[in-house]
Structure formats: structure tokens, C-alpha cells
Design a protein around this ligand. Structure first.
Ligand code: COA
Ligand code: MG
Length: 307
């Protein structure tokens, strides 16, 4: 599975930011054709995507872009033009505002046709889906299983808040509304996304912090997301990447504890014992599963897909 502690959003209309994004330390990055690009600039931005995917160095990452949603007039061109123009090098398409499994089935069918016409292996191009509307959340389990192309579910906090009419003055960090609510206002949707993703064998990505100067808010947001199982976080500014990479990696203490637990448990299992005590805490088979997650994560980025 890919490591994606950070995923940088880069407006596809800015060739300068595309260059900067590619040379950043982000585990993944996508060129955005959706909300970061004004309607009149979409056609030009699409050309930038084709150029960047086919010609620029993605440094081992799978080339990726975000198309416009299926209910927009941009959808079919975003798919057909980019896949015809750069399908051979393209790895992933991020799909915003997925609401029904049929959305991904439609996209799968269209992609298959373009892939075959372009001499590409059908199913080559993989998808990631944003859950950011009430309807998308209601249908999340079916969406997660809609196509074998799907690799990840992403949370879109701004659009989600608008969709369910949650008032919000800052995206991804706490505001005065959060002071009123006895709990985390996004707990339900965030945990729901992680559970649906894990049940379907997908990665789970948390959305961005819009206030890119709020370092403390970003760290808290990363840790909250990691605490409930997210693999990584969106970054909308290069200054956010380092914190995401750090905080979605296990700390030295976590790795040390995991090694200790695995070592002690293996010794005990060899001696025929199921649950044991390490530093005064019970350790059993569930502890080993958690410890192995930590050790796998500690191995760092592995990018199987060469772009
Ligand atoms: N990707 C790549 N480079 C970026 C970047 C991004 N997302 N955001 C900023 N940069 C670059 C800037 O171009 C600037 O480069 P320079 O030093 O060579 O001039 C540098 O990082 C510092 O940027 P800064 O001046 O602090 O911010 P800005 O005012 O240029 O940009 C935003 C602020 C919010 C407009 C910009 O970060 C952005 O467009 N983010 C992505 C928005 C997006 O994709 N939204 C949709 C998904 S939520
Ligand atoms: Mg959105």
C-alpha cells in the first residue's frame, strides 16, 4: 500500500506552483482542476496537467490530478482530454463530491473506453474519492466498493460543512462553534470515512487546514486525524508538509514500544503463552496487531508506482 502521510493540493493553473509542488517533500501531490481553478481557466489548466503528467519529474510519485465533479460541464473533458493526452504516465485521478456508487461506475466505464482507445491496459488508471456531501456519506460503503480502481477515501471538510449546513469560520481547525459543542464536531463523518475505507481495504486521507500560518492548529488537526486512524492529511501550502510527514509517522517512543511488544510476545508465544505482561501492561494478540501497524508505518514511504 502507498504511504501518503501528506498530499499537496496544487492549482493546475499555476505552472510555478506545479514546479514547486513537484520539488516538495510531499508523499503525494495532485494538480487541481476543481475548486482552485476558475471556470474560465479550466481549459488552459487541463493542458498544464497533460504537460506536467507526461513531461515533468514526479520523483517516484504517481502522477495525479483532481477532475471536476460529475455534475459539472467540465467532467467529461477532464477525463477524456487528460487520459488521451497523458494516460500512459498517469497514475491516479482524484474525484471530488462522489455521492453514489454509480458515479464511480460511470467514470470506470468512460475510463475503460479511453484506455482501450489509447492502447492502455484497461483498469490501469486508479481513483481516489472525496466524501464531502451528506449524500456521499450516506452511500459511503457502496462507494468504497464501487470499483477495483479505488485506492482511497478523502474527507472534504469545507464542502461537507456546507452540505449539512454546519456553520464554520475556519476549515480544518477549531473555531467558536467548536467551543460550544461537547465533543469533536466532525467525529462522526471522520470516523465513518476511516471505517468505510478500512472495511474495503482503502487508504483514508483527512482534509486540509485552510489557515496555513496556524502551525499549532495544523499539528492538532494532524494528531486528531491520526488518533482515529487516518493515514495522512491534505496540505494546501508547502509549509504544511513537514508537520504532516512527521505527525503521521510513528514517534521513536511508539516504535520502541512496538519492538518491545513484538519481541516479548514472540518469546512468550514460543514458550506457549498467549497473553503476557510488558512493563506492567497486558500484551496479547491485539497488541501485536497494533504494534505491527506501527512497525510497518515506521518503514517510511514506499512508492510502488513509478510515474
Ligand atoms: N503548491 C505549490 N506551491 C505553493 C502552494 C501549493 N499549494 N502554495 C504556495 N506555494 C508556493 C508559492 O507559489 C510561493 O512560492 P515562491 O516562494 O516561489 O514565490 C511559496 O509557496 C510561498 O507561498 P506564500 O507566499 O506563503 O503563499 P501564496 O500567497 O503564494 O499562496 C495560497 C497561498 C492559499 C493561494 C496557495 O497556498 C494555494 O493556492 N494553495 C492551494 C489551493 C488549492 O489547491 N485549493 C484547492 C484544494 S483545497
Ligand atoms: Mg471540496
Amino acid at each position: 500500500m502507498r504511504v501518503s502521510r501528506s498530499i499537496l493540493a496544487v492549482p493546475a493553473s499555476s505552472t510555478k506552483m506545479v514546479e514547486k509542488g513537484l520539488s516538495s517533500g510531499a508523499d503525494l501531490l495532485f494538480l487541481d482542476l476543481e475548486d482552485a481553478v476558475a471556470p474560465d481557466s479550466k481549459a488552459e489548466a487541463r493542458k498544464n496537467v497533460i504537460h506536467a503528467v507526461a513531461k515533468l519529474d514526479w520523483r517516484g510519485r504517481p502522477p495525479m490530478y483532481r477532475m471536476n465533479a460529475l455534475d459539472t460541464p467540465f467532467f467529461y473533458r477532464d477525463v477524456i482530454e487528460v487520459v488521451e493526452g497523458a494516460g500512459e504516465d498517469l497514475g491516479l485521478i482524484l474525484v471530488p463530491k462522489v455521492e453514489r456508487p454509480e458515479d464511480l461506475a460511470t467514470l470506470d466505464t468512460l475510463l475503460r473506453s479511453v484506455e482501450v482507445a489509447s492502447g492502455l491496459q484497461p483498469g490501469k488508471i486508479k481513483l481516489e474519492a472525496q466524501i464531502e456531501t451528506a449524500l456521499g456519506l450516506v452511500n459511503i460503503d457502496a462507494i468504497a466498493r464501487a470499483t477495483d480502481r479505488l485506492e482511497a477515501l478523502h474527507f472534504g471538510p469545507g464542502d461537507y460543512a456546507a452540505s449539512v449546513r454546519m456553520p464554520q469560520t475556519s476549515i480544518g481547525t477549531m473555531d467558536e462553534w467548536d467551543d460550544l459543542y461537547p465533543g469533536h464536531r466532525f467525529h462522526y463523518v471522520m470516523h465513518r470515512i476511516v471505517v468505510a475505507a478500512r472495511a474495503a481495504g482503502l487508504r483514508a486521507m483527512d482534509g486540509p487546514v485552510a489557515d496555513f500560518r496556524d502551525e499549532e492548529g495544523l499539528r492538532k488537526s494532524c494528531l486528531l486525524a491520526r488518533s482515529i486512524g487516518f493515514d495522512g492529511k491534505w496540505c494546501i501550502h508547502p509549509g504544511q508538509i513537514e508537520a504532516a510527514n512527521e505527525l503521521f509517522s510513528p514517534s521513536e517512543d511508539e516504535v520502541e514500544w512496538a519492538r518491545k511488544v513484538v519481541g516479548a510476545y514472540e518469546e512468550a508465544a514460543a514458550a506457549g503463552s498467549g497473553s503476557i505482561s510488558v512493563d506492567g501492561k497486558m500484551v496479547d494478540a491485539a497488541s501485536i496487531r497494533m504494534a505491527r501497524n506501527t512497525l510497518n508505518l515506521a518503514q517510511g514511504p514506499q512508492m510502488p508506482h513509478k510515474g
